[in-house]
Design a protein around this ligand. Structure first.
Ligand SMILES: C[S@@+](CC[C@H](N)C(=O)[O-])C[C@H]1O[C@@H](n2cnc3c(N)ncnc32)[C@H](O)[C@@H]1O
Length: 403
């Protein structure tokens, strides 16, 4: 494999593919540089190191033919400058938002850049600023029928209902619900995800950038609320540096806060459909979970299992009507059964669990996948894993009602 200096020379020689080869070689060092730069700046910026690396890299390599990078050292020195600029721009943007007093803003019809909001309620382990570009190639909205069935058990027909998706991401569920539901709203914290949703949905769905823990909607606004695969982002859990066995659980304060908030903005009699994954489904509903078992345990520490979750719902005032596992739907869609998927970073980015694996776990998983593909055992192993998924499903829909 050519080293960094050779690739820099290729970029200088205008080799179009050289820039692609460079990023994996310099990524870790750029991440360290980003961490240093972020530590030197104000400590309340909301950019994540990986997002900073990607944006700085694009600015650096995209805008230059590499004429000044005649060594590794020159390249990293040059990388420091766009990083500094991005941090300054981010801080200015944040200051502008603070001045205008925005605590969550409608994106409907707005061409202004999206705000960076408080990082205390932002999902800390998944970098959706980066994942948003590829998210739709690795995710499909499963269980839309279950959601609609729950909405239909209300006096108001779905076509006359006002419905919210909390944590709507790139808007896949909103798009699937649109033909059946009267009026749709979406709220999400990630500006990258919302930009995709906005491009997809146009202006007839009202999108808001903000936290689902504190929504700006008035009491009793919605006939129905759905929340799909978001709960694991709300509460803290062990990071890749932590041993999950040492983790001291402190309940699920933010999940509780969100459920109370959902209760507040729902009309009496309104339906609340939570799409989540049980701990059993986490371990055996995804074929690749067996490759990174410790990361899966870290993930399970971040979200309540079914029993505590139904208790939180009941304590908030919801009446549970139906709990159904979706045995057919596959969250990753057509890309799911790719037997070499775990070797590909974009494929792994489709599920945030992978970001909870340590480098050692990732290397071991990669070696196992490569080995099974080479010695011909992958097909049988995958089938055995799939059998478990077919009996458990990947996600569970809890239909509850505000009483
Ligand atoms: C796995 S994605 C699910 C997106 C969408 N519901 C779907 O199923 O396609 C999780 C989403 O939750 C959002 N999210 C995480 N924490 C949030 C919070 N506190 N407030 C609003 N959105 C949040 C993320 O930005 C991300 O778009």
């Amino acid at each position: 494999m050519p080293d960094v200096t050779q690739i820099l020379q290729l970029i200088e020689d205008c080799d179009a593919q050289a820039a692609e080869k460079l990023l994996p070689l310099v990524y870790e060092e750029l991440k360290k540089l980003a961490a240093v730069k972020m530590a030197a700046e104000r400590d309340d910026h909301t950019l994540q190191a990986t997002a900073l690396v990607h944006e700085a890299y694009l600015r650096l390599v995209g805008a230059s033919n590499g004429e000044n990078w005649n060594s590794r050292g020159h390249f990293f020195a040059a990388a420091a400058e766009p990083m500094r600029r991005i941090l300054v721009e981010s801080a200015r943007r944040k200051q502008r938002i603070a001045v205008s007093g925005a605590a969550g803003r409608k994106l409907f019809g707005s061409a202004a850049p999206f705000p960076y909001l408080e990082k205390t309620t932002m999902s800390q382990f998944a970098d959706y600023a980066v994942a948003s570009d590829d998210y739709d190639s690795t995710r499909v909205p499963i269980g839309v029928d279950a959601i609609l069935r729950c909405f239909a058990r209300t006096d108001v027909p779905p076509r006359e209902q006002t419905v919210l998706e909390a944590g709507c991401g790139t808007g896949n569920y909103l798009q699937a619900l649109r033909p059946q539901v009267g009026s749709l709203f979406g709220i999400d914290f990630s500006d990258g995800m919302l930009a995709q949703a906005r491009a997809k949905l146009g202006e007839d769905v009202e999108l808001t950038c903000g936290s689902i823990l504190e929504m700006s909607y008035e009491d009793g606004k919605f006939d129905g609320i759905t929340c799909n695969q978001v709960l694991h982002h709300l509460d803290e859990g062990p990071s890749p540096a932590d041993d999950p066995a040492e983790w001291k659980a402190s309940g699920s304060p933010n999940v509780t806060r969100f459920i109370n908030e959902a209760y507040r903005v729902l009309k009496p009699g309104g339906a609340f459909v939570l799409n989540t994954t049980t701990h059993e489904q986490l371990l055996d509903g995804y074929w690749w979970a067996d490759l990174i078992p410790t990361a899966m345990v870290r993930l399970s520490c971040r979200m309540p299992d079914l029993d505590p979750l139904t208790q939180i719902l009941a304590a908030a005032g919801f009446e549970i009507e139906l709990i159904e596992a979706d045995l057919d739907g596959i969250l990753q869609g057509a890309s799911y059964l790719n037997p070499t998927g775990p070797l590909n970073e974009a494929w792994r980015a489709g599920d945030s669990t992978w970001s909870l694996a340590t480098e050692t776990e990732l290397t071991a998983a990669g070696e196992r996948v490569e080995g099974m593909n080479l010695d011909g055992t992958m097909e049988a192993w995958l089938e055995a894993r799939e059998e478990k998924r077919r009996s458990l499903g990947q996600s569970t829909f809890i239909c509850s009602r505000k009483v």
